[in-house]
Design a protein around this ligand. Structure first.
Ligand SMILES: *Cc1c(COP(=O)(O)O)cnc(C)c1O
Length: 243
């Protein structure tokens, strides 16, 4: 067992708990989603030994490779792969087969493709709708104006259980601007609730900004660097618009 990963995990969980208490919330109400992108199966095995079993990934190919390495032809049912990156419709089939959850559902065409493949696989998965909460030009994330019609549409797909919303905050050092993105997601959730859409989960906050997200109501923070260490690929590899 890698003492470093254990120490990092305990330290991180402690920081998340502190952020909850500072926000007047219970640490039990905020989960950590470990983001294992770029890290190989051996690191994921160490994380499993610590009791972790859900892993966020940004690229379909990485889910495919790691599921194969860790589970063989049949994906290991004790590992929940969570797709958090931009998903092309032509890769929806792999996700429908291997992922336990998709947090980056951001457009009607993708919902159609996922539904078709999930039916073929005879599977039902949890999904979060990714919403664009910054005015930064971005290809990813649903326009907030489209949220209510999209939720109405998703209600017609029994293959996907819509559990909440996900966002990426604007890429800036200004904490007020970042916090504004998280507040916006919470407000969108509250508006949706008034329209009859129950969305208990808010996935927001990463290594550098999770305390702000927790203060605004995150139920789940997605953490890569603060748990697994820094990545060798720059973030522009994952988010082409972030250079
Ligand atoms: C990589 C990634 C994260 C985690 O980022 P860190 O800053 O390393 O914690 C969270 N969410 C998404 C969508 C990501 O791609």
């Amino acid at each position: 067992m890698d003492a470093t990963l254990r120490a990092r995990w305990e330290q991180l969980r402690g920081r998340v708990d502190d952020a909850c208490r500072a926000a007047g919330r219970s640490p039990e109400d905020v989960d950590v989603l470990p983001v294992s992108k770029t890290f190989g199966p051996e690191v994921i095995r160490e994380a499993i030994a610590l009791g972790l079993h859900r892993f966020g990934e940004n690229k379909v190919q990485e889910i495919k490779d790691k599921a194969l390495a860790l589970g063989g032809q049949e994906a290991d049912p004790s590992i929940d792969w969570v797709m958090i990156g931009h998903l092309q419709t032509n890769k929806a089939g792999v996700v429908a087969r291997l992922a336990a959850e998709v947090q980056s559902l951001d457009r009607p065409k993708l919902a159609v493709a996922l539904d078709r493949h999930l039916r073929a696989e005879n599977r039902v998965i949890d999904v979060l709708v990714q919403v664009k909460t910054s005015d930064e030009p971005s290809k990813y994330g649903l326009d907030p104006d489209q949220l209510l019609p999209f939720l109405d549409e998703l209600a017609g797909y029994p293959t996907m259980r819509v559990r909440g919303l996900m966002t990426l905050a604007i890429n800036t050092d200004d904490p007020d601007t970042v916090r504004g993105c998280f507040r916006r997601l919470r407000e969108l959730r509250d508006t949706a609730a008034e329209q009859g859409h129950d969305l208990p989960r808010l996935s927001m906050g990463m290594s550098g900004d999770f305390a702000l997200a927790i203060a605004e109501g995150a139920t789940e923070v997605r953490i890569g660097t603060a748990l697994f260490g820094s990545r060798t690929y720059p973030d522009s590899y994952y988010w082409p618009e972030r250079t």
